[in-house]
Design a protein around this ligand. Sequence first.
Ligand SMILES: [Mg+2]
Length: 393
Amino acid sequence: MQTISLSNISHPPIKIRAIRAVPLFGESPKGGWSVEIKPEDSIHALIAVHTDAGITGYGSVFTDGRLVQAGLQVLEPLFMGENALEPERVTEKLHQNTFWMGRGGTLTHTISGIDIALWDILGKATRMPVGRLLGGRYRSRVQPYCSLLMEQPERMSDVITPYREQGFKAFKIGWGPFGRAMDAKLDREIIRAAREAAGPDAKLFVDAGASDAHWPHGLKWAMRTADMLGEYNIGWFEEALKPDAIDDFCHLRRVSPVPIAGGEVLTRRQAFLPWLTRGAFDIVQPDVTKVGGISEQRRIAWLAHDFGVKYIGHGWNTALGVAADLQLASAFPDTDLVEFIGGSPYVDGILRNPFTLDADGYLTIPDQPGLGVELDPEKVGQYTPDASPLFAD
Ligand SMILES: [Mg+2]
């Protein structure tokens, strides 16, 4: 029988030596927003946590990378020298000591990236995948749904078909003209064309993107549109209402023939409480790169589980966000999908070994230590002026 010496169990502290962030520029995928993203805009950032043990952990944040760099300056006195093997305690320390500086905003976003990187370090140091450290793996692979922007009906086949041919069997279409053109007939035509392109057996989800600036509709539009979506076997209706319209979300969930999804713009576990206790969602979609990281996402997801709400992550912003979502998906019994944005170089183009679909259109959840993925410095260098702070020891 194999025995483990007790003296080998306890791991000495690994100290945080520096945390660096770089903004990603130039190739941010189109957002379908009313004010579209430009090449010079940064909306995604990568984070590296360097330690005195030579282990570096990586994370990702969905916001302007320059805000993350500023956030790190504020947080530095709190994280410097901390034990990188204790992600939940360290990030809770960061939350607790900065709540008066606009909690839920830039600092919460920045802490998200730090927390993901600390879990990566804990996994690398203990030689275990993050999913196991979260309590155990319910699955070793998960179905990605390919997120794509809506276009005019005659273009929907061009939007979906290339990804169907790549092997995706689940799709989400959103934003663009849907709802914004104030034309219910057009909305229906977009959905009809998308269902035809995806095929009758594919999973198809719809995202109105009502967190966009000046969303023009309210509850009545959402109710009528939900009825229409039910005719096309749509798996869920996402962000159908303005992001703070909690009463309308609760009503819509009760009357809609299709499940109601949302929550991607909420940050902090506390912000999810009224949405879960009041029954606003069938599916909750916290973004691990914004809510406070894996530590926070885990608490939100278990809370949702206990309320009978399905947790599906929204961490598609970079390959590191997807990697964190994959580990989380492995650690929750009901999380059978993960969001995967179609055609983003920040997802497909920064890893040494990019994600690949298996024959069933699933992604294997890495079982290597930590997040189980490795950044390629040269590839990352294509999307930021100087990637070296992520890799310099
Ligand atoms: Mg969305």
